[in-house]
Every structure is written in structure tokens, then in C-alpha cells.
Design a protein around this ligand. Structure first.
Ligand code: DC
Length: 216
């Protein structure tokens, strides 16, 4: 049997990763995986359990006891917490503030990267995050890196009703010691400041189709 295909979509915050990754997954019939949601789920769990997210030891100790598993529903893979999917809870400002600290802990990343790799059990994937092409699936030949101007990204977040210091979050994600945000080797860089999501996802889909046709 052929190896599952993994399309890695990395990029800065609010660069359109989620919207485009979902459109690409839908068009190709692949499973969509939001790895940011996995980091957010753990950050939410830490807040629930009153673990200090700045304390790597406390977070790691909690991780060891964490009862979680992966599931795939309606073409989307996700992490469950004691059988529960905290879909809305992980999008709060409190979780957004806590998540970069949790995501900077090496043991957390090692553990979550394993779970992310296990997602191939569900089939071909479109996986979005910050280190998918550089660290989770560096061997994939389908790597895309999305970016847009800070002004445009701030506008997009505001349209979602979220006021956020994106520059600060990008800085934290890019400067952390473990698996920092970077353009993966061989990635196609798409600056979509002036592109619609149909144009961005269309570009990714046609590039993937072209490369798949070239394999035959
Ligand atoms: O994409 P997002 O905003 O939901 O991501 C939440 C946080 O998790 C963000 O601070 C970056 C981090 N993250 C990461 O470090 N590695 C990933 N593969 C995905 C997200």
C-alpha cells in the first residue's frame, strides 16, 4: 500500500492556515489536522487543572497523567480530554495567552509530535501548524508556508472579533529554542496579503495535483 500523503501547511498567526488547510482537505478528500488545536487543548487542560504554564515541570507532570486519545470525525482529527472535545473552550483569550508557553516546552512538543505523526492512521492528511514541514513530517514533498502582512493579519483577527498582539506571538513562536516557526526547507512560500482564500487554496491544490501527476 502507498504511504499516506501529508500536505504540510505552516505559517504565521492569522496567515490563513486553517481556512486554506480546510479548503484543501475538502477538495482533495484528505483528513484535516489542526495541530495548534492540540497545543491549545493541552493549554486549556493546564488551566483547568491549575497547573502553572510557565513551569515546565508542572506541565510535564500533568502531561504524564493526561488521559487523552486521538479520534477522527467528519474528516477531522482531534485530541480528546477524558473523552471530551473542548472545541469552543480552546479559543478563549486565556488559552491563547497560555498556549505559547506550553508549546515552548520540549517534552510537550516531543509528545504532541508523536500524536501528530500517528494521525496517518486516518489516511492522507492536510496538517497545519508551525513546524509540520520542518519537524513533524520533514520528509513530505508537499510543504507550503503562508504569510501575510502584519496589518492584513491583524485585520483578519479583528474581523473574527479577536484583538491580539500577533507580532508578539509570532516573535515568541519564532524565537523559542525548540522547533521554532521557520520556513521549512523546500516549502512553497505564499504571501496571501492580497489573495482570497479561494486563490490561496486553489494555488495549493493545483501545485499538489501537479506534483502527484508528476509522480506517475
Ligand atoms: O495556530 P494556533 O494559533 O491555534 O496555535 C496555537 C499556538 O500553538 C501558537 O502559539 C503556536 C503553537 N503551535 C506550535 O508551536 N506548533 C504547531 N505545530 C502548532 C501550533
Amino acid at each position: 500500500m502507498n504511504e499516506p500523503i501529508v500536505i504540510a501547511i505552516d505559517g504565521t498567526s492569522a496567515s490563513g492556515k486553517s481556512t486554506n488547510a480546510k479548503l484543501v482537505a475538502q477538495a482533495l478528500g484528505y483528513v484535516y489536522v489542526d495541530t495548534g488545536a492540540m497545543y491549545r487543548t493541552l493549554a486549556w487542560y493546564c488551566l483547568q487543572k491549575k497547573a502553572d504554564v510557565h513551569d515546565a515541570k508542572a506541565v510535564t507532570a500533568l502531561l504524564r497523567k493526561w488521559k487523552t486519545r486521538l479520534e477522527c470525525v467528519d474528516g477531522r482529527a482531534r485530541l480528546l480530554v477524558d473523552g471530551y472535545h473542548p472545541e469552543r473552550e480552546i479559543r478563549t483569550a486565556e488559552v491563547s495567552a497560555a498556549v505559547p508557553h506550553v508549546a515552548a516546552i520540549q517534552k510537550v512538543r516531543q509528545w504532541l509530535v508523536k500524536r501528530q505523526r500517528e494521525c496517518v492512521q486516518f489516511g492522507n492528511l492536510v496538517m497545519e501548524g508551525r513546524d509540520i514541514g520542518s519537524n513533524v513530517f520533514p520528509e513530505t514533498e508537499f510543504k507550503f508556508y503562508l504569510d501575510a502582512s502584519l496589518e492584513e493579519r491583524t485585520k483578519r483577527r479583528a474581523a473574527e472579533g479577536i484583538q491580539e498582539n500577533l507580532a508578539a506571538r509570532d516573535r515568541r513562536d519564532s524565537q523559542r529554542a525548540t522547533a521554532p516557526l521557520m520556513i521549512p526547507l523546500g516549502a512553497m512560500v505564499i504571501n496571501n496579503s492580497r489573495m482570497t482564500s479561494e486563490q490561496t487554496s486553489g494555488l495549493i491544490i493545483s501545485e499538489v495535483r501537479k506534483r502527484l501527476a508528476g509522480r506517475k
